[in-house]
Design a protein around this ligand. Sequence first.
Ligand SMILES: Nc1ncnc2c1ncn2[C@@H]1O[C@H](COP(=O)(O)OP(=O)(O)OP(=O)(O)O)[C@@H](O)[C@H]1O
Ligand SMILES: [Mg+2]
Length: 384
Amino acid sequence: MQHSNKLPERAGAGQPVFPALSPGAGTGAGRLVAFMPVEVLGVAWVADIGIDLGTASVLVYMQGKGIVLNEPSVVTIEQRTGKVLAVGEYARTMLGRTPENLITIRPLRDGVIDDFSITEVMLKYFIHKVCRARHLFKPRVVVCIPVDTTSVEKKAVLEAAVRCGAREAYLLEEPRAAALGAGLEIFAPSGNMVVDVGGGTTDIAVLSMGETVVSSSVRVGGDKFDAAIIRYLRKRHNLLIGERTAEVLKIEVGSAFPGSRALSMEVRGRDLVNGLPRSQVIGTEEITSALQDPLSLILKGVHQVLERTPPELAGDIMKKGVVLTGGGAMLDGLHKVISRETGLPAYLAEDPIGCVARGTGKALECLDLLRGTLITGKNLAASY
Ligand SMILES: Nc1ncnc2c1ncn2[C@@H]1O[C@H](COP(=O)(O)OP(=O)(O)OP(=O)(O)O)[C@@H](O)[C@H]1O
Ligand SMILES: [Mg+2]
């Protein structure tokens, strides 16, 4: 229900939004359920959770339950006071539609954490929502964060998870989570290649024996596809459309591979010549041509990773192919373009959007195997 996403008032920057999330907060009935001892509640769950903290969406995986939360990484704030008014799905409905005193922002952009304090509020909100709904007690938490997150931000994400009640918190890189979630056997002495096309970045990696051997992160993903569509319509048709309209065009009509689809759609926007609302029919071919620049950057990244891949692993990848994950990989024909350009088979993973979250869940299951290679508060402190 929409109104359930509304948050209590934010007291100001740096202040905890949820009294129940701040250390030493009171124990008002109905607020601290998630953090009470098992014996007191009698019904509390002991399960661990994995979080995909993505540019476009946040997914939470719970052991034994699967993906229990999937909401957009969007927050609505009152400009003057900095109060957070809505998070997730409800906030997204306000994108581009807020009055002047409110702004709806995406705290993670281009694959980096753009506004850490808002990211932290959002993270806490989602953890709290999942833990409270499931009466979860002191879970271990694995969080998957954007590749270019700084050490200070990594530390802050780990601390935020612990403040939300996590017994232990770990960070896992996105391509490794994606590969695990796609079901690749990354612990075998054999090469596996994954291309995770998210909203902000495309992470490309070759993995073997549980670790990343070669990788690259390209700052191009679904958001850049949308931006390229907006630019194309502005230039070609003098029509200004919003981000959401561009995303719908990309999903419903767009294709990366010429000739793969032949669809069209009427879109509405503002005429840049006379300033009036106008509609225009746009076809697949136009979207394919609009997407050429961002697509070529992804292909360049894939090429560079293959060039740096040791020959034995390259041989394995020739046999097994490249696996595509992430929502952006669902762009029609993308796997065909990658296959055409590399000469390798390329497949779209099952449920591409859920791969990273499911991968964090798998990481929890094989924590002993991975522990040495995950980021923790301890090994971050040692690296300073
Ligand atoms: N059917 C589809 N066709 C094309 N693009 C799609 C489709 N479904 C979702 N997308 C795009 O997928 C992107 C979001 O993917 P995803 O949820 O994997 O990103 P994220 O993990 O939040 O981002 P990042 O990994 O960069 O932090 C959005 O740009 C969205 O428009
Ligand atoms: Mg992602």
